[in-house]
Ligand binder design. Structure first.
Ligand code: DGL
Length: 202
């Protein structure tokens, strides 16, 4: 099975890593659109335009499935067009997190604006837009990160869980743990289950 994976940059590699660990026998093609990142500070029309071009590239490469390893694009999935199956990384959380009464979600500004998460969660949600995180992660300079996270995570204290709603954020999970000590949920865990359930692994 040939699987195309896309993101604005290195974030989707967190998803690719999980898939390589759990479903290693597929062929994967990764596309990081570093020319246009960060997606989270652009409009829906802009990021959908970039993604539809990448999707055409994957179609020419004859992939079987396209994984949208980007929370921002997944939030706007209904605008993506392909003759191949598209799997986003937000919808797989449906009915999986109902045990939490209050969940904080950190994500890019466009993801927070679209708030696709509310379609799949029954818990009370605390949404936090984090425009500074992707540039810090892509720039690989973490000197300001603790201060930035302290501010962003200030309002999470009464939440039972924190969703890392952008695929870049698992890269800084160890930093996030300093400020949020309860359950931290990464979206890649759920997409691995979807690929397995589709019985296309191995
Ligand atoms: N990693 C992406 C996401 O999950 C995109 C981040 C960005 O480019 O702003 O939202």
């Amino acid at each position: 099975m040939k699987i195309g994976i896309l993101d604005s940059g290195i974030g989707g590699l967190t998803v690719l890593k999980s898939l390589l660990n759990k479903c290693p026998n597929h062929e994967y093609i990764y596309f990081g659109d570093t020319l246009h990142l960060p997606y989270g500070e652009k409009t829906c029309e802009e990021v959908v335009g970039y993604a539809n071009e990448i999707i055409k590239f994957f179609e020419n490469e004859k992939v079987d499935v396209i994984v949208i390893a980007c929370g921002t694009l997944s939030s706007n999935k209904e605008h993506l067009k392909s003759n191949k199956e598209i799997i986003d990384i937000i919808s797989p959380i449906k009915n999986k997190l109902d045990k939490y009464s209050k969940i904080s979600i950190i994500a890019t500004p466009l993801s927070i604006k679209t708030n696709a998460f509310k379609k799949y969660l029954t818990s009370e949600l605390n949404l936090i837009a984090c425009p500074k995180l992707v540039p810090i992660i892509e720039g690989n300079d973490y000197s300001s990160l603790d201060n930035v996270l302290k501010d962003y995570l200030e309002s999470t204290k009464d939440s039972d869980a924190l969703i890392l709603g952008c695929t870049h954020y698992p890269i800084i999970k160890e930093y996030i743990k300093k400020f949020f000590t309860k359950d931290i949920i990464c979206l890649d865990d759920f997409i691995v289950d979807i690929i397995k359930d589709k019985n296309i692994s191995n």
